[in-house]
Design a protein. Structure first.
Length: 90
């Protein structure tokens, strides 16, 4: 988990943090967030993440997150472009 405090938003902290975390792995990145967190979704889209399909979201949230059904229903998953590319190859 990685978060930026509300008062630190819009100062480039989140972008630097996301870039740093991206540099730590060669694997695709998946991000789960609340579907109502439109500001967060816009942030990740700005950084070239894409929303996965409803079907993929359900599968990914069950596989990689341990969250209640209600949270699955109210969440979205965004994926890095390399994840999307890897899925298309399958």
């Amino acid at each position: 988990h990685a978060y930026v405090k509300t008062k630190a938003r819009n100062q480039g902290v989140g972008s630097k943090l996301l870039n740093h975390l991206s540099e730590l792995t060669t694997k695709p990145i998946l991000i789960g967030t609340w579907s109502d967190a439109t500001w967060a979704i816009a942030f990740y889209k700005k950084h070239d993440f894409v929303l996965v399909s409803f079907k993929d979201k359900e599968y990914l949230l069950r596989k990689y997150w341990k969250i209640p059904l209600r949270q699955i229903e109210t969440s979205v998953v965004l994926a890095s472009r390399d994840w999307v590319s890897s899925i298309k190859k399958i």
